[in-house]
Design a protein around this ligand. Structure first.
Ligand SMILES: Cc1ncc(COP(=O)(O)O)c(C=O)c1O
Length: 437
């Protein structure tokens, strides 16, 4: 399978021009930073994590002909596998949604799951967590959330397992907060269920000192703009099992076998076909490009510091909302859970129960952005009419989150004074409500 290699090195003049480019990009970012110190700047839900070293690495990859599936992707994947602690191998993808599709496609094509199998999935869900299941003929069985960390309700989970005998769980670690993996893993072990961890919102989170996304068979991550790190669009599918990993490499790339060694027995079986164009699996093109991987390499270096900032912001929120538990509930991670805080979710209750619209508008008027919590109860979406599923239960927690939940900004770009400003206006809103009632 040998082809001519592209040149990546173009000599001293080229390198010196690259150096000038780097200085120019640094300058662009410092001009931006000065403008962004404006006291009245809006507080957005998310802020790009891409800074000058990421932007420079991306452009450098483009001008050096590093386009797709090369050394940068390999290095990026290895860095992320190391970040996860070494027991999982990471495959980069072009989005978190693609990562979910790749996870399910691999489990189906390997025979680990079969058409008609039931798969537990949270009702507090994301569309492309559910869609790969139904695209592959699996039957989602929706599970309610609990009202402490808004992850899956393990009591409901137990009853669904008993009643429906599911083959797997497509778990979401919700909004940065790892689910109760002690309980979930033991329930799944007892009932011979596969665990797929959709960790798209929870990169870097830990449970009992172990990274979320390393408890099941397969896990997925997103590196979309609003997430813990950003590669423009992007994601990872991570595998414990080498055979699944190898199959996923093929599915990610057209279903061909270019990742195999030249002496793999399959090539002698199909001698008449070109090794580079031998298709043995039902594939897609879900690959990440080299310039995106170049961004990712820089981003991983900063991931822990990004998460640390999120944690500090969340601490300020938590201290404040502890004193207002009569009108707000908020995500409270389990003692074993170390959240990476994708945002700061709240549910309005008591006398604020019906005030979400009013509250969000009030904050928006002060240039503070908020959003609904995840996509709310996915089981009430119109698309539900289009596929077979099981919805059994009252879903009271997911319903409350849907009608009264929202998320406040909590990200790497915020400072404590931003959170204090948000809380100042939250306080004003509470007083306004006192006044009006
Ligand atoms: C739980 C969950 N899964 C999957 C995705 C999809 O990720 P992406 O936007 O990278 O496709 C998201 C998006 O935020 C998500 O929240």
């Amino acid at each position: 399978m040998s082809y001519l290699k592209h040149d990546n090195e173009f000599g001293a003049e080229f390198d010196s021009a690259l150096n000038e480019l780097q200085i120019c990009i640094q300058k662009l970012y410092s001009i931006r930073a000065i403008q962004e110190t404006n006291e009245n700047k809006p507080i957005r839900l998310h802020d790009s994590t891409i800074e000058s070293s990421s932007a420079y690495s991306c452009i450098r990859a483009i001008v050096r002909n590093q386009i797709t599936m090369g050394k940068l992707v390999d290095f990026y994947e290895k860095s992320y596998s190391d970040y996860l602690g070494g027991s999982f191998k990471s495959l980069s993808c072009n989005s978190g949604s693609s990562a979910n599709l790749l996870a399910i496609s691999t489990l189906m094509q390997s025979g680990r799951l079969s058409v008609g199998d039931k798969v537990i999935v949270p009702a507090l869900s994301w569309s492309t967590t559910v869609f790969p299941l139904v695209q592959y003929g699996l039957v989602p069985v929706f599970c309610d959330a609990n009202d402490t960390d808004y992850n899956i309700d393990t009591y409901h989970l137990k009853s669904l397992i008993k009643k429906y005998n599911p083959s797997a769980i497509m778990l979401i670690h919700t909004y940065g907060c790892p689910a109760d993996m002690n309980q979930i893993c033991s329930l799944c072990n007892e009932n011979n269920m596969l665990i797929i961890e959709d960790t798209c919102e929870s990169m870097g989170a830990e449970y009992s000192g172990r990274k979320a996304g390393t408890f099941g068979e397969v896990s997925t991550f997103s590196t979309y703009y609003s997430h813990h790190i950003c590669t423009l669009e992007g994601g990872f599918t991570c595998f414990k099992d080498e055979e699944l990993l190898s199959l996923a490499k093929s599915i990610r790339s057209h279903g061909w076998l270019r990742h195999l060694e030249d002496n793999d027995p399959i090539f002698s079986q199909y001698k008449e076909l070109d090794k580079g164009f031998l298709f043995s699996n039902i594939g897609y093109n879900l690959r990440l490009s080299e310039p995106q991987a170049a961004i990712g390499i820089e981003q991983i270096k900063m991931l822990d510091s990004f998460i640390e900032n999120r944690k500090q912001m969340a601490m300020i929120y938590s201290e404040y909302f502890q004193n207002h538990k009569d009108i707000f509930s908020f995500i409270e991670p389990l003692p074993e859970a170390n959240s990476s805080w994708f945002g700061f979710p709240l549910v309005l209750k008591g006398r604020l129960d019906k005030q979400r619209r009013h509250f969000r508008d009030f904050l928006l008027d002060k240039k503070i952005e908020t959003r609904p919590f995840l996509a709310g109860d996915f089981t009430i979406q119109p698309v539900m009419n289009k596929f077979q599923h099981i919805k059994d239960g009252d879903f009271s927690v997911t319903s409350a989150i849907t009608s009264s939940g929202l998320a406040l900004p909590c990200h790497q770009g915020l400072k404590s004074k931003d959170i204090e400003k948000i809380l100042y206006y939250v306080d004003q809103f509470i007083k306004l409500e006192n006044y009006s009632t």
